[in-house]
Design a protein around this ligand. Structure first.
Ligand code: GRF
Length: 209
């Protein structure tokens, strides 16, 4: 049975689009049942309409406290009862009220080789640190921001001519390949599988898609 996933997104939605396209392939190991955003309008919302995925927005600014937002989001996730929640460019930091009330496991995609460079502006962080390598990580979401166990990573070599913009574009392309591969790996390897490392520049090691 394919994993039934609910997606959380905030903006452009290119990772959501990569997941939508992968979920439409034969033998896809996951389906996307619903989208929840914290902003409207946004690119992810428009994609959901095009792909006929039920979408709901919980506008963050409408909530008086962060805890109220977290509790409502957890309630919506509980009602949808997905096997898995996929954060795909979801820019809201989830607090204790969410984790106390949310029963589903969550994955997130982050544009760095975690545990290096948590938080925002990861491409700038990589250049400032003079790192030779950069990449993307799919990891389990825990109460520690960008600190949960890794499921999969994809790496690239930083070139001398790279800028923040070129790294952003190159890593985003890796992310689009990595997230579906990570889900295929999860369904094949089980939930306790050791982290998958994709080859240089996203060369696939899992025979799907
Ligand atoms: C991605 O780089 C994701 O890793 C980060 O925010 C970006 C979202 O891009 N958390 P998109 O909305 O999926 O295009």
């Amino acid at each position: 049975m394919p994993l039934r996933c609910l997606v959380l997104a905030s903006g452009r939605g290119s990772n959501f689009q990569a997941l939508l396209e992968a979920s439409a392939r034969p033998q896809a190991p996951f389906t996307l049942k619903a989208l929840i955003t914290d902003r409207t309008p946004c690119g992810a919302e428009a994609l959901a309409a095009r792909w006929q995925v039920p979408a709901e927005c919980l506008p963050y600014r409408d909530f008086s406290t962060r805890a109220a937002f977290d509790e409502t989001l957890a309630h919506r996730v509980r009602a949808a009862a997905p096997d898995l929640v996929l954060c795909a460019g979801f820019m809201r930091v989830l607090g204790p009220s969410f984790f106390d009330a949310c029963p589903a496991p969550l994955l997130n995609i982050h544009p760095s080789l975690l545990p290096a460079h948590r938080g925002l502006h990861t491409h700038r962080q990589v250049l400032a640190a003079g790192d030779a390598f950069h990449g993307a990580s799919v990891h389990w979401v825990t109460r520690e921001l960008d600190g949960g166990p890794l499921l999969a990573q994809a790496r690239l070599a930083v070139a001398p001519e790279d800028t923040e913009e070129s790294l952003a574009a190159r890593v985003l392309k890796l992310e689009h390949a990595l997230y579906p591969q990570a889900l295929a790996y999860l369904t094949e390897g089980g939930w306790n599988a050791p982290p998958l490392t994709l080859g240089w520049d996203g060369e696939a090691l899992v025979p799907w898609p």
